[in-house]
Design a binder for this molecule. Sequence first.
Ligand code: SF4
Ligand code: SF4
Length: 381
Amino acid sequence: MSNAADDMIPLTLAGDGASVNIEGPRTTTSLRFRRSPLASPEEQIRQLEAVDLAVGPTQSGNFFADVSHSGWPTLKPAQLDIFQINLGKLCNMTCRHCHVDSGPDRTKENMDRATVDACIEAIEKSGAHTVDLTGGAPELNPNFEYLVDRVTQMGKHVIDRCNLTILTVRRYQHLPAWFAKRGVEVVCSLPHYRKLGTDAQRGDGTYEKSLKALKMLNEVGYGQGDPRRKLTLVTNPVGAFLAGNQASLETEWKDALKKNHDVSFDTLIALNNMPMSRYLEWLLEKGKLDEYMHRLLDAFNPSTIAGLMCRNTLSVSWDGKMYDCDFNQQLEMEIDFPGEERLHVRDFDLDKWLQHNIRTERHCYGCTAGAGSSCGGAITE
Ligand code: SF4
Ligand code: SF4
């Protein structure tokens, strides 16, 4: 388990809301910590089902019916490109939009070495070209460096989904240079290139720490167009809106970060917020769930279906269970393998994975809205 307590990781908990005049979620504690009913996946699904949704292609509010109506009578994987591992829920931050309900209190859910080894074996069998590491803060898992070393030695492209602030904690300050040596792509979350939007969602002081971490990455060659030092930023809206146009946002962000802070990066990806976990809580508190779900359905885009990440990604949780994506993972919707039902990653079988039907619920409308949304950003132009 992680030695988070030993590290004295600075916790970024609720900020001074009075000083932030912005419409959007603010930091919080985990739903689990507060014993919120929304900590239960069943309650999250029930809240989404309770919204009256007589809109979209079939006006049924049934995601799979809308997908079928759009020319997809079944929703199955295409090919396994990305093996995504969620190493645990422990995080040094407690962002309000977090779909994982991560935080410093989530110390129990961390992948152990035996499960990491089972993942490595499954990666060998899978043929996936990319290993995508997420959390929580994946770097806090004590097996993180072992896993990265093993899979880079296998020739896989490795992505670290990094919250940036963790790189400013003393114990993890070696990571930018360590990543650079191994060609790890660093995909960093930063809600906005301005301080206000970032600190409102992630906590006071986050912006300054994020800039410090970006400069550390720039210093070792990240963000300068080198494919072995790729630095990607991820933005998600602060509020009940869909992600903006990714291409024009990228130009705006590159100009602003360069001009104001002499920071550079390679790519920006813009994600929709998924109506689940702490973002769902915020929507309910503000009475905006109905509006947001209607916004997602009004923007339902059938041309995103072919590129849904559940069609080319396997998601594995800290305890080795398998899911269609990180969102289904957080809703505990394990993959139903034909004739087998639930399997552990140690029993991974590519043919069975290719044959299974993807499980969907209403949160899936977050992936098909507008230009679409996936771990790689917009799905269509
Ligand atoms: S959004 Fe990311 S950085 Fe924020 S609490 Fe969740 S896992 Fe941690
Ligand atoms: S939430 Fe997951 S299962 Fe649903 S459409 Fe998105 S990627 Fe696919």
